[in-house]
Design a protein around this ligand. Structure first.
Ligand SMILES: [Zn+2]
Length: 479
């Protein structure tokens, strides 16, 4: 922690363009945000502030709530970028069938640590750790150790791809872990993370009962092409487990009937547009979720492909939604003249939408009394920070993670002037290096290389009756 920011002293961000994410999506120009303790004390022009308040110059910048990622497999950040060319099938084979079990608790720790730091750096102040490689509770302990080492807000969503939910959720070890580590403090929430296969015997029922017993919400990959479908939704509904607060991840290949059940039972969908585009869970679903008024939050899914950066998520989501709208219209010979999905809505998905999905109405907005999770987007040396005409459009299409100037979580400065504050990136680097070395050694060079470079299917280039040579000779001939 630099001397500049001493714990306990109030902080004021002066003169920024503030997006409070209120119901009317206001834009407040030349406005101050005063933070006292862990709370937003006041928002307004030229605020008078208590003696000793530390000032951050927000002029020329955008002040918005900390962003919220409702689904990220943080452990996989240990293999950042490795699966850039994977399909979902290759991902399943690698982690579920072949190599997921190679991860030791310290590897889960390393991935989580780096992912947690990366989130704060990008202005993501709350992240759901969809932690689904806890083949022992020591792995889960390591995951939570990492989350507790970083001053962000997290929700630990316990899961385990190496076994059925009805198996791990009903063990004394799991109960013991929850009692020891999941105290549901303000900085660390708890969910249970598992998928519903659609098996008519509904073995997942036992895990839902544990969740109900523990008062935990469930987050589940639903509507994933070839993996989970309407059958899972129907089983959950018929057995009374589509409860408010349930988060349906992707929900990209479901029928209208399933979307209606989600909307009617108080659930929400975590849309990971970049993931759905590359992996094939189905078309990024905001275009259909809008029709059913299903609440939306955003997520990045995994850094084995993408970075944990909600600017990318907002941009990709706007693009995918508009692409689909155009395509649907073109099918009918029509032209879209007005876009439905607006920039302010994707900013809302990334902030207030995430807070609503997690049942946290004191997050995702800037208003007196809300938690002080605040992001300042400002970069005086960037040609992209002006003119600042349409601030929501600026956040969605112009800004990027490198423009995140200052981040507060729970009133504490964790990034300032573009640099992390009080965070040991070197320790994360050391942990990651040793995990990568261990994984390479365990898998062997050949499997490691093959995993990263999947075969490319043959592409047949279609016959082309026109050739450059013909074109040239024809024109020469004419001359
Ligand atoms: Zn996922």
């Amino acid at each position: 922690m630099t001397d500049q920011f001493q714990p306990g002293r109030p902080i004021v961000l002066r003169g920024g363009t503030v997006l409070p994410m209120d119901a009317t999506k206001s834009v407040l120009r030349d406005t101050d945000v005063l933070v006292v303790g862990d709370t937003i004390e006041a928002i307004g022009p030229n605020l008078s502030v208590p003696e000793g308040t530390q000032e951050i110059d927000a002029r020329g910048g955008i002040v918005m709530p900390g962003m919220i990622d409702t689904h990220r497999h943080m452990w996989q950040t240990a293999m950042r970028g490795y699966g850039a060319d994977w399909t979902l099938t290759q991902y399943f084979v690698f982690y579920y069938l072949q190599h997921g079990k190679s991860f030791r608790p310290e590897d889960i720790y390393a991935g989580n640590l780096l992912s947690a730091i990366e989130a704060l750096d990008a202005g993501v102040t709350t992240t759901v750790d969809w932690s689904h490689n806890n083949h022992t509770t020591q792995h889960a302990d390591a995951a939570v150790d990492a989350l507790e080492a970083i001053p962000g807000r997290f929700v630990f969503a316990y899961g385990n791809i190496q076994g059925g939910a009805w198996e791990w959720a009903t063990t004394p070890d799991f109960r013991d872990f929850v009692e020891r580590r999941m105290h549901r403090g303000d900085m660390l929430g708890f969910q249970m993370a598992f998928d519903v296969t659609g098996d008519p015997a509904f073995p997942e029922k036992a895990a839902f009962e544990v969740a109900r017993d523990l008062g935990a919400t469930v987050t589940t990959h639903a509507g994933v092409w070839g993996a989970t479908n309407d059958d899972g939704i129907r089983l959950m509904y018929d057995n009374g487990f589509m409860t408010p607060g349930t988060v349906y991840v992707h929900a990209a290949t479901l029928s209208d009937d399933s979307y209606q059940r989600i909307a009617a039972t108080g659930g929400s969908v975590s849309v990971s547009t970049e993931s759905e585009q590359s992996c094939g869970q189905g078309y990024p679903p905001t275009w259909v979720l809008r029709k059913h008024n299903v609440p939306v939050s955003l997520s990045m899914d995994t850094s084995v492909w993408w970075s944990g950066d909600l600017f990318s998520a907002m941009r990709a989501t706007l693009g995918a939604d508009r692409s689909r709208e155009h395509l649907e219209a073109h099918k009918n010979g029509d032209t879209v003249t007005h876009s439905h999905l607006r920039a302010d809505q994707v900013v809302e998905y990334a902030t207030r939408g995430g807070a609503a999905a997690l049942g946290r109405d004191n997050l995702g907005q800037l208003a007196a009394g809300k938690k002080a999770d605040v992001v300042l987007i400002k970069n005086d040396s960037s040609p992209v920070m002006f003119p600042l005409l349409n601030p929501y459009g600026h956040v969605a299409f112009q800004a990027q993670r490198g423009d995140v100037h200052t981040v507060l979580v729970d009133g504490k400065v964790v990034k300032h002037d573009g640099k992390l504050v009080g965070i040991d990136l070197a320790a994360a680097r050391t942990a990651i290096e040793s995990t990568v070395e261990y994984l390479q050694e365990t898998l062997g060079t050949e499997a490691w290389e093959a995993g990263m470079n999947p075969d490319i299917p043959e592409t047949k280039v279609l016959d082309n009756p026109y050739t450059y040579t013909d074109y040239r000779s024809a024109s020469t001939h004419e001359a």
